[in-house]
Design a protein around this ligand. Sequence first.
Ligand code: ZN
Length: 397
Amino acid sequence: VDGPVRQRSLWQHNLALVLGHVGAATPTSRAEVAAATGLTRATVSSLVEDLLGAGLVTEVEPAPRTGAGRPATGLVLNPGGPAGLGLEINVDFLAAAVVDLTGAVRHHVVHRVDQRGRPPERVLADVARMAAEAVDGVDLTVAAARLAVPGLVNGDGLVRVAPNLGWRDVDVPGPLAAAPRWPALPVSVDNEANLGALGELAAAPTPPSFLYVSGEVGIGAGVVLDGALFRGAHGWSGEIGHVTVAPDGPLCRCGARGCLEQYAGQEAIMRAAGIRADPMLSADVAVARIADLAAASDPGVLNALRAAGAALGIAAAGVVNVLDVDTVVLGGSFAALADWLGSQVERELRERVLTADWSPISVRASALGAAATVVGAAGAVVRDLRAAPASWVNALR
Ligand SMILES: [Zn+2]
């Protein structure tokens, strides 16, 4: 039930409105903000003072104007304002990124270490150290952190299950806060493919509804409908890696048979291509090797990618038939293999999606490639801050 709008929430609302306008049309002026938002110029000036004071907005030289009158001071989002820290735990790497208020990536580090079999507290201690290095490495105030994990995450940051890490019911925020190097930031935890989809949404001109499929050792998906992430009843949507491709197929880590991961996961592709798993070979090098061999028309590798692409297309077709999205974005290590996977995925979609004759489904590589998730995680912090700046402004008062 909607209650009356109080003075305080009115200020919060209008503050977000003004910041949203500055973010959407930079540089802009106080007069343009007033005209665009319908707020009085006095109200806009007061709100802009709040935003300037909190370092969210900064003034720039006025643009030369052709019309009469004194040119107005320009307003832009402050690239030196509060930033977001993105962190990622994946099966065979850890990553950290800082994105500034304008969305620019200011720091990005990847550590290629297999995380399987390591105790969660050791992994989280490494994440805490990477967070500290990221915060120290940028000349910005980091407002908060978002951590991506390849598994099902509860709203309170409890990882219910991350099959490829072997995690079950692992509390994340608690051990992070207790880690000696953790830079005392508020942290929230989300699924890696969800954050990858958000990264894609922010980075590229994307259609409002798309399926983002992230291929690592495991395979996850983020579903974006009408410009918003679709999370499902528990926040667990998008587990496309465990969609059945063949009911009597090979056993999956989740306990079921014939899951997509068993056909199109990184290790399944390597196995099918006859490339032996080498513990000394990091996954990005392995994926680059697969791409090189495919580019050289190695028949075994081409067959492996055809089979993986077909399985991916079969699973994606099921999603597209149900949700009517018109684009499939290939992210994670799939991005580097999109030249070969993409045509197979398209072929399956053409054959299996009922509506494909009237509206072909386009398949493309992620604009951010393998960095989509960690950059998306950092960007999500900034996006939330921009959508609701009041608490940041208040904290500085
Ligand atoms: Zn499975």
